[in-house]
Design a protein around this ligand. Sequence first.
Ligand code: DGP
Length: 114
Amino acid sequence: MSDTLFSKIIRREIPADIVYEDEDVLAFRDINPQAPQHVLFIPRKPVATLNDLGEDDALLIGRLVLAATAYAKAQGFAENGYRCVINCNGDGGQSVYHLHLHLLGGRRLAWPPG
Ligand code: DGP
């Protein structure tokens, strides 16, 4: 996988508003928030897209989701609701090729997405 902005954030080479981190996962506020709460959860492991996940990554993707849900609960918007989105490739609207889960909350979100 080629180097991305998010690898640079992991290595602290560019700044980000980091709100959570553990051994496997880093989370930081999206630079262009689409909701009052918009946090990106990324694996430290460099995985480009959902298509690149393998069986060995089952625990990793679980940890990513659990980190996001724990954050929503800790911040107090889990009960009202929120959305987790992982865009994949061009049709999915992916622009940064380091897997990331968008956690969006803090307002009523429209459905279906555009
Ligand atoms: P996606 O379209 O799913 O690949 O989302 C990429 C998101 O990453 C987009 O919502 C904007 C955000 N983003 C891009 N560059 C940066 C950056 O340098 N810092 C932060 N915090 N977010 C970024």
